[in-house]
Design a protein around this ligand. Sequence first.
Ligand code: ZN
Length: 263
Amino acid sequence: MASKPLKMAPTRRSGKFPPREWRELADKISTAVAILQWELGNMWGHVSARTPDGRHFLLRHLRPPANRDIPADDVLVYDLKGNLISGRRDQPDEIFFYLCPYQARPDIGAVVHCHPAMVLALAAVGRKIVPFHQRMAKFGSEVPVLPWLYGYWRKHGEMVARVLKKNRSVIIRGHGAVVVGETIEEACMNMVELERSAKVILLASALGDIKALPPAVLKKFQTVVGSRWKDDTDQAKSRSLVEWMEWHYYESLVKRGERWSRL
Ligand SMILES: [Zn+2]
């Protein structure tokens, strides 16, 4: 459960403790892990976020460390060449699902990979995730689906990164999904939204065909949503304002140790 401020270990290279911004980012990663563990109902995947200097990224598994001597909130820190800078726990097999998107797109601030069950169910039968409600506009006309890949190999990570150049999410058949965002708040909420949308499609498809909203309607919604919300933060000017607001709702529950009803 998240989360008190983290005591990150000294970096392996410099021996110095990491900057405050990294610890704040690690705290957000703990919150994202708690949201996704509960929302997706499993422990498979990782949450990562680029550091403010743009030259590193922090990564944490959803699952606890196999070694019980290592704290559950231990965070791995990598540079953009894939070198491990800090962190004690086991490294993920699927590092190229993170490294390749960060290398390909400097505007990506966070990458999340999980194994959302309903998304996988739709992919298994070739059913597309289309924007049937207004909040799905960010996913485009349909969420792209790739054949089975595993981020252990650079080539597989590059295939994911190629699709993510123009998309916020990609589904990997027989494995899971990778989503990105400008911020960790946005990437986390994109994963939540993707799985919830898949659940609704599964429910509705028992009753009939799913009809996507017309592109013009989605565009109209996107141009006005949140335009009358006022906030003092820079995030208020960002296109991920809605995800940021959603994040604060779930973060407040996580910080109080509460959970919510899942769809
Ligand atoms: Zn995976």
